[in-house]
Design a protein around this ligand. Structure first.
Ligand SMILES: CC(C)(COP(=O)(O)OP(=O)(O)OC[C@H]1O[C@@H](n2cnc3c(N)ncnc32)[C@H](O)[C@@H]1OP(=O)(O)O)[C@@H](O)C(=O)NCCC(=O)NCCS
Length: 155
């Protein structure tokens, strides 16, 4: 799954998975995901098909701003499994999980305006657009304007 994700032209720009990862690169990335919680970054999850459990993508709930009641989420589906709405289902589950984290009041998504599939995913999962950030650091390699979508804890 990680190796296929790394063939997407955009995914390697948004995280630490190298483009066209070798088996060894992919294993290192997976191990890095497993340390995310203990280092205080948040939760990194594999998205699997409900039937059969085949891995189809990755999502994360990032909590470095938890002291401000704020988290952010990210998601990616391998190219061969796109078109099934998996990201929206995963984002809904991830957001439900987010409200089990004490002190977390809102989850933000940072989406580049061209990324229509991601905007639709956000809307399907119940997020609403709240603004635009100029020159946002999409990763340590890329700064771009992004749409900000938000979900709030109910009540
Ligand atoms: C964004 C992403 C996770 C969505 O994956 P997915 O769950 O397979 O999404 P789908 O293909 O089912 O598309 C979701 C919606 O977007 C629409 N869509 C997809 N591609 C589209 C396109 N090029 N133009 C317009 N609409 C598009 C689909 O029709 C669907 O709409 P619907 O909800 O009204 O039915 C996937 O494209 C991906 O992994 N992209 C690379 C990583 C990425 O960009 N992550 C998000 C960073 S913010």
């Amino acid at each position: 799954m990680a190796r296929e994700l790394s063939t997407d032209p955009y995914v390697p720009l948004t995280g630490t998975l190298p483009a066209n990862a070798t088996e060894a690169d992919a294993v290192i990335w997976v191990h890095r995901q497993r340390t995310r919680h203990q280092e205080g970054a948040g939760f990194s999850f594999t998205i699997v098909e409900a039937e059969g459990g085949a891995p189809v993508g990755h999502c994360g709930l990032w909590l470095r701003q938890l002291a401000d009641g704020q988290g952010s989420a990210g998601y990616a589906i391998v190219p061969s499994s796109r078109g099934n709405g998996y990201a929206a289902q995963a984002l809904r589950a991830l957001t439900d999980f987010a409200w089990t984290v004490p002190g977390l009041e809102r989850v933000l998504l940072y989406i580049e305006p061209w990324n229509v599939a991601s905007v639709r995913t956000a809307e399907r999962a119940g997020y609403t657009q709240t603004g635009v950030l100029r020159d946002f650091e999409v990763s340590d390699k890329v700064r771009r304007d992004v749409l900000v979508h938000v979900a709030h804890r109910a009540g």
